[in-house]
Design a protein around this ligand. Structure first.
Ligand code: ATP
Ligand code: MG
Length: 140
C-alpha cells in the first residue's frame, strides 16, 4: 500500500460545537497524520467551486450556505491508503447509515450537516489540497 495524502474539512457544525479536537483525535487514532491544518472561513465562490460537482443537485444551495455559515478547519492528512482510510473513518454521508465508531456516527447532525469532508480519489485529493494550501504550508 502506498503512502497517500488526502484533503479534509472539519465542517461548520463541528467547529460550532467545539469538536475540532475530538475529530482530530479520531483521525490520529486511525493512524493518519495531520501534516497541514488551518482554520478559515470559506468564501462563497470557493465553496461553489469546491462542491461544483454537485451544482445540479437540489441540495447545492443549502450545501454552499452551510459551508460558509461559520469557520471550518481545512487539513491535509497523510498515511497508508489515506484516501480510502479517511472515507472509512468518516462513515457514510448520512449519519443514520454510518457505521459505529465513525466520525459521522459519533458527531454528525444530519445528512447535510455531517461534520467532515474527505476527498474521494487521488485526483480530487490533489486538486483539493492545491485549492487550500501552498506547498510550504504542508509539512510531512
Ligand atoms: P463530502 O464530499 O462532503 O466528503 P460525501 O462524499 O460523503 O461528502 P457527497 O455525495 O459528495 O457526500 O455530498 C457532498 C455533501 O453534500 C455531503 O457531505 C453533505 O454535506 C451534502 N449532501 C449530500 N447529500 C445531501 C442531501 N440529500 N441533502 C442535503 N445535503 C446533502
Ligand atoms: Mg463527496
Amino acid at each position: 500500500m502506498a503512502i497517500e495524502r488526502t484533503f479534509s474539512i472539519i465542517k461548520p457544525d463541528a467547529t460550532a460545537r467545539n469538536l475540532t479536537g475530538a475529530v482530530n483525535a479520531m483521525i490520529e487514532q486511525a493512524g493518519l497524520r495531520i501534516i497541514a491544518q488551518k482554520r478559515v472561513r470559506i468564501p462563497r465562490n470557493q465553496a461553489e467551486t469546491f462542491y461544483g460537482v454537485h451544482k445540479a443537485r437540489p441540495f447545492f444551495g443549502e450545501l454552499v450556505d452551510f459551508m460558509i455559515s461559520g469557520p471550518v478547519v481545512v487539513q491535509v492528512l497523510e498515511g497508508e491508503n489515506a484516501i480510502a482510510k479517511y472515507r472509512e473513518i468518516m462513515g457514510a454521508t448520512d449519519p443514520s447509515k454510518a457505521a459505529p465508531n465513525t466520525i459521522r456516527k459519533a458527531h454528525a447532525k444530519s445528512i447535510g450537516e455531517n461534520s467532515v469532508h474527505g476527498s474521494d480519489a487521488p485526483d480530487t485529493a490533489a486538486q483539493e489540497i492545491a485549492q487550500f494550501f501552498a506547498g510550504n504550508e504542508i509539512v510531512g
